[in-house]
Design a protein around this ligand. Structure first.
Ligand code: SAM
Length: 266
């Protein structure tokens, strides 16, 4: 198999894992069993897949790059538990991959350029996953695991918390990949939580509006779009002078409930 930079497509975020120790560490953290149905997004040349097909019940790999299809088919043809789907993780309906009521376990060394877009797609189908072990650029991992009152906290953090319990597992140096990227990566585990957000669409809109301008207070960010937000903040017990990044998930949920329940004042 060719290695190094040859044929790696930057536009597809192709930084292939080559460090055997790191590959083992990721799969150990994922801990596949023969009971599992695993979805791998972006198998690339099969660095993680190689261990997954040995340890998991079924492995479905979803790869966008058509040129990698023959290589992957050839490499794993002897594994009856392996299926390859050529397609776009930004378009395919992950629900189509689920068989019956069995939940999927998701693993991916995500392409940097679309990692947050894929994450946003997971919000709407969190219920089909048992868990997800995903590798992101370290800055993205810091953002999605940021605690309240830290500057990295943003829209994505709050939305993730609303759908998943998040744990940052470990960092991976750039030297583990070929070609070597400019940044470090981090492996994160997401486990869907059973929190129910009554009006998800409105919740997303409110969080997005709340973070519109990070220097502004929560009230100033919200009041143009939601004229009742002052009253809703008051009824939710949230100081209107606070900034969006200081709010906990529970406060966001209370605020959304307040905005939905409070009549608009003209
Ligand atoms: N898993 C391999 C590894 O760890 O060496 C490759 C990881 S590489 C960072 C990302 C992979 O995702 C590449 O194989 C790339 O072709 C694939 N990819 C990029 N965009 C994709 C998309 N929209 N849908 C599915 N796969 C995609």
């Amino acid at each position: 198999m060719r290695s190094g930079n040859s044929f790696a497509k930057k536009s597809l975020g192709q930084n292939f894992l080559e460090d055997r120790g790191v590959i083992e560490k990721i799969v150990r953290a994922f801990d596949p069993t023969l009971e599992d149905t695993v979805l791998e997004i972006g198998p690339g040349r099969g660095a993680l897949t190689e261990l997954l097909v040995e340890r998991a019940g079924r492995v479905c790999a979803l790869e966008f790059d058509r040129e990698l299809v023959p290589l992957l088919e050839d490499r794993f043809r002897e594994h009856g538990n392996f299926t390859l789907v050529q397609g776009d993780a930004l378009k395919i309906d992950f629900r189509d991959i689920v068989q019956g009521s069995k939940k999927l376990r998701l693993i991916a060394n995500l392409p940097y350029n679309i990692s947050t877009a894929i994450l946003q797609r997971l919000f709407s189908c969190a219920d089909i996953f048992e868990d997800c072990v995903l590798m992101f650029q370290r800055e993205v991992a810091e953002r999605i695991t940021a605690k309240p009152s830290t500057s990295e906290r943003g829209y994505l953090t709050v939305l993730i918390e609303a759908h998943f319990s998040v744990e940052r597992l470990f960092d991976v140096p750039a030297t583990a990949f070929r070609p070597v990227p400019k940044v470090w990566s981090s492996v994160v585990r997401l486990v869907p939580n059973d929190r129910s957000v009554p009006n998800v669409k409105l919740f997303r809109e409110i969080v997005a509006a709340g973070f519109a301008q990070k220097r502004k207070t929560i009230l100033n960010n919200l009041k143009m779009r939601y004229p009742n937000s002052g009253l809703a903040l008051l009824s939710s017990g949230i100081d209107a002078r606070r900034r969006a990044e200081t709010l906990t998930l529970d406060e966001w949920l209370r605020l959304a409930e307040g905005i939905e329940a409070t009549p608009f004042l003209s």
